[in-house]
Design a protein around this ligand. Structure first.
Ligand code: ADP
Length: 564
């Protein structure tokens, strides 16, 4: 990218010299020749030669200007491309807690709208960022040259004395623009969030008669956005005329001085042109500054994401692990979400090939406990070990390859059913996938679809029932065949046929694995040889169902309540 930028710089320099210096210089040479008394005496060829200077100068200026803008845009677009990819990459690595704290709509907006705002800035700036300062330098060069020629140094100083005054409006407008543009991007993020929420909850909105309220809310958000955008336009467009007016004072003074010092026409015209050519870049630079502020508002929001620390990551020197046996141990584990303690000094040992149900009232910490095993979160104290190795010493990919998770509301990607199962183990063969689907009792319903395994599930997999989605998720787990299995029991009731087939599939899936079942209801605990009873972030009891039923009153009460 650096050579392209250097080349752009060279063309920018060429543009600057040909505009700032070349145009006034050309005027100085061409005009006197054409309008002088001896013009009739010029030979035709000389006249043609002199006239040819004009298209020549403009061709050099035009071509170098074009190449400069093109190459700078190229650099800008490449940079933006890598920012977009970096942001997306970062989304893949940020800890889950990051996403719990933020609205997904705002993150979508940052990835799309903010990068687009930065792109607009880059394109606007690319056009002028190098050309204008170079033109200014060229014009100052010409003014210096002219003043040496006619000893009019004072004229040069006089004309440029006005330049520093322009800094004040540029700064003042820039500051306001930055503030407004930050607000605009934030508002845009909020709106994207609102929109995606709205589209996701189409059913609830109709069921609760919220249509009118939603529409009114959206209208007022649009209004707020437009008002902010109008303010951005106000500050952006006010700057050029302000600078022009300031510059016109400089020109007026120059006129007065020229009149008083008796400058002749031939000297004055090129000087005036050079002067105009130095004010023009200042105006444009002011606009660039404005554009930059506008882009900075968006860039800040992107930087926030890029700077966010990736707290859950691979260790420097990871332990090499293959397939783990699956002996899981929690050693004095304490965990808090944003300083709110949720698990308190938990100690537990889950031996391989045991099926363990986590039971307890809602909010007791069962899911959090299970989520520590694949390192979705790290404990703030204590350690989780598998086969005696602290999981923080393993590479995340190695650890997670050893864990299969079936969540209560499985997410299917908008792809074919085949590919949705394949993600369990991407290197699996076609037959492996079919076998896994069979074991999960998913093949039966998949083959009733016209396109079978090639059926596209659609966004949110709305064409599949809850039970069908569960079976696809189980097929993934069968395919993955990991030594540790975490099952988040479905909270929503399945129809009895689905429930029966899923139970049958589950019974086969849990064989020879370390299994944790997060039991929200009691329907799956029959599979479990051992039960951990959670309450307020602590394990209150540990044993078989009949032991707990006998010895642990809260467990017995919860069981009775749900059964009854
Ligand atoms: P359970 O699975 O037993 O219902 P959880 O482990 O989901 O319980 O939750 C334990 C506690 O942690 C609850 O008080 C819950 O409100 C809180 N909690 C769960 N997830 C988060 C989160 N992402 N951010 C903050 N608090 C959370």
């Amino acid at each position: 990218m650096l050579p392209v930028f250097a080349l752009a710089l060279v063309f920018g320099l060429l543009f600057g010299i040909s505009s700032g210096f070349g145009l006034p210089f050309m005027t100085e040479i061409v005009f006197p020749k054409i309008f002088a008394d001896e013009a009739e005496q010029l030979s035709f060829w000389l006249l043609l030669g002199v006239a040819a200077i004009i298209p020549l100068a403009f061709s050099v200026r035009g071509l170098s200007g074009y190449l400069n803008t093109y190459l700078i845009s190229l650099c800008g677009i490449r940079v933006l491309e890598s920012i977009r990819a970096d942001i997306f990459n970062k989304f893949q690595k940020l800890p889950l807690a990051y996403f719990h704290k933020r609205a997904s709509g705002d993150l979508v907006s940052r990835c799309l709208a903010d990068t687009t705002a930065v792109q607009h800035t880059l394109t606007e700036v690319a056009n002028d960022a190098i050309k204008q300062p170079m033109t200014l330098l060229g014009a100052i060069g010409y003014l210096t040259y002219a003043s040496f020629q006619s000893r009019e140094v004072f004229f040069l100083l006089l004309c440029l004395a006005i330049v520093p005054i322009c800094v004040f409006p540029i700064r003042a407008f820039g500051k306001r623009l930055l503030k407004r543009s930050r607000q605009t991007q934030r508002q845009l993020g909020g709106m994207t969030g609102f929109l995606s929420d709205n589209l996701r909850s189409a059913r609830e909105i109709r069921a609760f008669n919220l249509e009118e309220r939603q529409s009114e809310n959206f209208r007022s958000q649009i209004r707020r956005l437009l008002r902010l955008q109008l303010k951005v336009v106000k500050y952006k467009k006010a700057l050029p005329p302000v600078i022009e007016v300031i510059a016109s004072f400089g020109l007026a003074v120059a006129f007065l001085y020229a009149y008083r010092s008796g400058l002749d026409y031939d000297t004055f015209i090129p000087l005036l042109m050079a002067l105009y050519l130095s004010y023009e870049p200042i105006k444009k630079l002011g606009m660039i500054q404005n554009s930059l502020q506008k882009g900075r508002g968006a860039l800040d929001r992107l930087e926030e994401i890029l700077r966010e620390p990736v707290t859950i990551r691979d260790p420097e020197n990871p332990r090499v692990i293959g397939r783990l046996t699956g002996d899981v141990a929690f050693e004095n584990v304490t965990f808090a979400y944003e300083n709110v303690p949720v698990l308190h000094g938990i100690g537990a040992r889950l031996n391989s090939r045991t099926v363990c149900a986590l039971v307890g009232p809602s909010g007791a910490g069962k899911s959090t406990f299970a989520n520590l095993i694949p390192r979705f979160f790290d404990p703030i104290e204590g350690a989780v070990k598998i086969d005696g190795i602290d999981i923080r010493e393993m590479r995340l990919a190695d650890l997670r390859r050893n864990i299969a998770i079936v969540s209560q509301d499985p997410i299917l990607f908008n792809d074919t059913l085949f590919n949705n199962i394949l993600i369990g183990r991407p290197e699996a063969t076609h037959d492996d996938v079919l076998r896994a689907a069979q074991q999960a009792h998913a093949r039966e319903f998949i083959e009733t679809f016209e396109n079978g395994f090639e059926t596209i599930v659609g966004e949110n997999a709305t064409r599949l029932s809850g039970g069908q989605k569960q079976r696809v998720a189980l097929a993934r787990a069968f395919l993955k065949n990991a030594p540790i299995l975490i099952l988040d029991e479905a909270t929503s009731a399945l129809d009895s046929e689905s429930e029966a087939t899923i139970k049958d599939a589950l019974a086969r899936l849990v064989e020879n694995k370390t299994v944790l079942i997060i039991a929200h209801r009691f329907s799956t605990i029959s599979l479990a040889g051992r039960i951990l009873y959670f309450e307020e972030g602590r394990i209150l009891a540990d044993g078989t169902h009949s032991e707990l039923y006998q010895d642990c009153a809260p467990y017995r009460n919860l069981y009775e309540r749900q059964k009854g």
